[in-house]
Design a protein around this ligand. Structure first.
Ligand SMILES: NC(=O)c1ccc[n+]([C@@H]2O[C@H](COP(=O)([O-])OP(=O)(O)OC[C@H]3O[C@@H](n4cnc5c(N)ncnc54)[C@H](OP(=O)(O)O)[C@@H]3O)[C@@H](O)[C@H]2O)c1
Length: 335
């Protein structure tokens, strides 16, 4: 333990438009001591996720905003270093919600023990964690993909999108990814085995996505919104399904962005349904069983983008909102 100091990154102010480094503050506080029933966790990995942009804002949402002057919220994998909770022993590795800090207290609620022999523990924040489960339930429960259908997903090299397209392939679909830049597209189509991947920054993006989907689109897994959504929308087939997972292209918008063509929702009888991964908590055992097996047998690959040190969290988070991450964005704080 590095002395008696706990380094934290606090939310200092709320952004209007794109967040900046000024919204965060690195601080040092005394190491907390666990009370009766509590554990002290040393953070090994901190997950950086797009939803955190929403928590920085006070706007009405499905979750409470992060508090000003408090550590930013976030999922973590940590090691128990002190325990006054009979369910956890020193040395246990746990998935929790420790936030942007090197050490965190927990009363044990919501912690899940991890077995490092099953998979690298960092995967509990990515492919075998919340993003993987989001892809699994969003595609299978809401997208209802059938063999031979075309599934399109943007942010396709990222934590959620990479899993969506690979499950689509496992289910016998034509999987088309959309990603920012040639290198990400090569990875998605080459390494991950999507049928095609199109660069949304290419000047002829609209033409390329149309060519990649010769039979139109049956499932558009909505990860980004914005210009990508506008381009993809006319390619939707009748009875297409659109699991609305995220709208990262719009998270920094200060005025409403143009929405989808609602007339086509009616005319094509589209099913458009928003969801939050926690709506499907009952599916977690199915998710862990299936995706662990697919990862173990190499049918489903994953990529992590790891930076070292808590102080890198703010810049890495801002970079992720601009597409600078390549794979699941994680901060490693200790090993
Ligand atoms: N509903 C839920 O419960 C739930 C749960 C988890 C995640 N989500 C949502 O799922 C989406 C993906 O999250 P993730 O964790 O997998 O992140 P990620 O894909 O690993 O990282 C974010 C990616 O978004 C892409 N992006 C950013 N701005 C964009 C823009 N203007 N147009 C197109 N793409 C843009 C970038 O990829 P490129 O460089 O390829 O453009 C960037 O790398 C987010 O919208 C997130 O909020 C929802």
């Amino acid at each position: 333990m590095a002395g008696n100091i706990n380094r934290q990154i606090l939310l200092r102010s709320r952004p209007h438009g794109p967040p900046s480094l000024d919204n965060f503050e690195l601080t040092e506080t005394p190491m907390p001591e666990p009370g009766e029933g509590e554990v002290l966790m040393r953070t090994l990995y901190l997950s950086l996720d797009p939803y955190m942009r929403g928590r920085m804002s006070a706007a009405k949402s499905y979750a409470t905003p992060a508090a000003i002057g408090r550590p930013m919220v976030g999922g973590t994998v940590g090691e128990i270093v002190k325990s006054r909770n009979p369910k956890y022993s020193v040395g246990d590795t746990v998935l929790g919600y420790g936030g942007w800090q090197e050490y965190a207290l927990s009363n044990g609620a919501g912690l899940r023990k991890l077995d490092p022999t099953v998979a690298p523990v960092s995967t509990a924040l990515g492919v075998l964690g919340m993003p993987g489960m989001t892809a699994y339930v969003g595609l299978l429960e809401m997208g209802q993909p059938k063999p031979g259908e075309t599934v399109v997903v943007a942010a396709a090299s990222g934590a959620v999108g990479s899993v969506v397209g690979q499950i689509a392939k496992i289910k016998g679909c034509h999987a088309v990814g959309i990603a920012g830049g040639a290198e990400k597209c090569r990875f998605v189509a080459g390494e991950l085995g999507f049928d095609a991947c199109v660069d949304h920054r290419a000047p002829d993006f609209a033409k390329q996505i149309e060519a990649a989907c010769p039979k139109g689109i049956d499932v558009y897994f909505e990860n980004v919104g914005g210009a990508v959504q506008q381009t993809v929308w006319p390619l939707l087939n009748d009875f297409a399904r659109i699991p609305v997972c995220g709208l990262i292209a719009q998270y920094n918008a200060t005025t409403p962005m143009p929405g989808p063509d609602m007339f086509s929702v009616l005319r094509k009888r589209l099913v458009l349904r928003g969801f939050i991964v926690s709506d499907f908590a009952a599916k977690q055992a199915d998710f862990l069983r299936d995706v662990s097996e697919w990862v173990r047998t190499g049918r489903l690959k994953y990529r992590e983008d790891i930076v070292d040190g808590l102080e890198k969290a703010p810049a890495s988070f801002l970079g992720m909102l601009q597409g600078k991450n390549f794979g699941k964005m994680l901060v490693r704080m200790a090993t």
